[in-house]
Design a protein around this ligand. Structure first.
Ligand code: TXA
Ligand code: MG
Length: 310
């Protein structure tokens, strides 16, 4: 497979290009070009204190961005890259402040997607936040990017993304790794590989280490809430996401996931967007908890709780 030259040229000329990764689509720009990075913040409407992830295609690129890569970090990179795990590392001076929002750390990830890797191998490292306008759910299809940005952004179409929710963000600047944002790679998987304690940042603390966690993301226009009772089904203006429960409702607006949490992750943001485009007033989700032991569950609970708001 080979990417059309226009995408590569656009990045080299300092423009932004949306591209697929295995998690969600990213809004890519040259990580060494301050004007291109400024465009990302402007187009997305992103607060300037929220740093960006640098996406790489080659392990050696880590060493031009970060200093002090610990042994446990190397083990995790060996095991999980390319993949949905982002590392927060102490940055080298050459990394632009615009990328890190002035922090002394930089977030780096090697995405597991053929098109993303090919693009980055031809352009060099790319900053890429999720390719949605701030405040809308992250895009898992090229059409979602087009719905948010129209024709103002070039989109490299790679179909639907496989994972569907954003990468796990892991702070590896200290003795033990700390999960700053849960994703499909969970605490247990990380621990099995690096064989150290794995901590989780207190979500909801007043000064989160991952600035993005303080913003309300992932929200459709429709209200999102948990299913409370069977009576909720007497409502044609809600879209229902059922994990296991069968229902004999007369309405057609019920999606059954049959206990498949990976499918729920893959479809969650698309269902949020579907609710808005079909004018549903609510998205009602059957409650579930971590007893199901799928690593994606804490990440799903995090995204759904944020969509519900508090
Ligand atoms: O799966 C993903 O990570 C997607 C795809 C496109 O790669 N990208 C993504 O980017 O979700 P974004 O910008 O929407 O979220 C990046 C998260 C934010 O919560 C941000 O605050 C955090 O990573 N982050 C970035 N740099 C950081 C740093 N130096 N220290 C702590 N958190 C950082
Ligand atoms: Mg985002």
């Amino acid at each position: 497979m080979s990417i059309d030259q226009k995408f590569i040229s656009a990045i080299k000329e300092g423009n932004v290009v949306a591209f697929p990764t295995e998690t969600v689509y990213g809004l890519g720009a040259d990580a060494t070009n301050p004007e291109a990075i400024a465009k990302v913040f402007e187009i997305k409407g992103r607060p300037s204190d929220n740093p960006l992830i640098v996406h790489i295609s080659d392990r050696n690129q880590v060493y031009s961005l970060a200093k002090e890569v610990s042994d446990y970090t190397k083990m995790l990179m060996d095991h999980f890259w390319p993949g949905p795990l982002t590392f927060v590392l102490k940055k080298k001076n050459a990394v632009l402040d615009a990328v890190t929002a002035g922090l002394n750390t930089v977030a780096i990830r090697m995405p597991d997607h053929e098109l993303a890797l090919e693009l980055i191998s031809k352009t060099g490292p790319l900053v890429a936040p999720s390719a949605n306008k701030s405040g809308t759910p992250s895009p898992t299809k090229a059409n979602h990017v087009k719905a948010d940005f129209g024709s103002s952004v070039l989109v490299l179409d790679g179909g639907s993304t496989e994972v569907g929710i954003e990468s796990t963000v892991l702070d590896v600047t200290g003795k033990y790794p700390v999960i700053l944002r849960p994703g499909s790679i969970g605490n247990k998987e990380i621990k099995t590989v690096c064989k150290t304690v794995v901590l989780t940042d207190q979500i909801g603390s007043s000064t989160p280490k991952s600035p993005g966690q303080k913003y309300s993301h992932y929200k459709p226009q429709a209200e999102v809430r948990w299913l409370k009772s069977e009576d909720d089904f007497d409502d044609a203006s809600s879209l229902f996401l059922m994990i296991n429960m069968e229902s004999d409702s007369v309405f057609k607006n019920i999606i059954h996931f049959e206990g498949n949490f990976n499918r729920l992750a893959r479809e969650l943001y698309d269902r949020f967007r579907q609710a808005d485009s079909q004018d549903f007033k609510r998205v009602i989700i059957e409650p579930f908890d971590e007893r199901y032991e799928n690593p994606v569950i804490p990440a799903l609970l995090n995204r759904i709780e944020k969509a519900i708001g508090s």
